[in-house]
Design a protein around this ligand. Sequence first.
Ligand SMILES: C[S@@+](CC[C@H](N)C(=O)[O-])C[C@H]1O[C@@H](n2cnc3c(N)ncnc32)[C@H](O)[C@@H]1O
Length: 248
Amino acid sequence: MYFIYLGGKDNYPEEFFNIFHALRGDRVYVEPFLGFGAVAKCMSNPRILSDVNKSLVELIRALRDDIDLPIEVTKDEYLRLAKTSPSAVKGWVGFVFSSQSRFFNGFFPPKSSVVENYLLRYQREMKALLGAELLSTSYKKLEIPNNSLVYCDPPYVGTVEYKQTPKFDFFNFWHEWVPDQASKNLVLVSEFFAPMGFYAIWRMMKKSLKGLRYDNLFVHESQYEQVCGILRNVGIQPCADPLFCTQR
Ligand SMILES: C[S@@+](CC[C@H](N)C(=O)[O-])C[C@H]1O[C@@H](n2cnc3c(N)ncnc32)[C@H](O)[C@@H]1O
């Protein structure tokens, strides 16, 4: 049993993960929007992983290092923790004991046997992050070594917002930060839609609150030919209609 992290990529097909392995080469792997780390867990070191939600990062560290976390929590304790400063316990309670596993989205405690299963499962899974550099900062402040492979899985436009995180600056991200990073690194971005100047290299159909949509992996136009070349060399065909979801 496990919970689905909002926007998590856990159940994505093998071909999605193969793209990261194909593009990795000897690059450092960087993930500025870590979430529960579905892709990061499949990559080897060196890895720089970060998320703006400090309680989430503390939680991942605690799970990885087998630090004790509560199996039962009262509603009063839940409400109290929602107002405390970031910590692993706040992260654990905020996700696991909340409705839809969304951070402090209302008290909805699973049975203790279920929580125990979560704990064992995540302690086991987060061992895959041993040796990775774990940070908590906004993507804008993350220091990225040149020539890294940078995978961005940011909040998607028009979808449910992440609680207790600053409002996401979509304009800065797509029009300033990604083009700048793409001049120094190989950058992949997950989204339903991208602005002009981006090309999809992979996509799959996905259910969303607004019906069926394509979930894409985009690259900046300056990297499209290079990325397609690397993928074709290892037998991965980039998607046939790269501009289909580029419409803003
Ligand atoms: C779509 S989720 C990532 C899911 C992850 N790929 C997974 O498979 O679990 C987006 C993440 O971006 C984080 N986030 C939101 N705004 C951010 C910002 N300005 N800088 C860094 N991280 C941010 C959220 O806390 C959330 O964990």
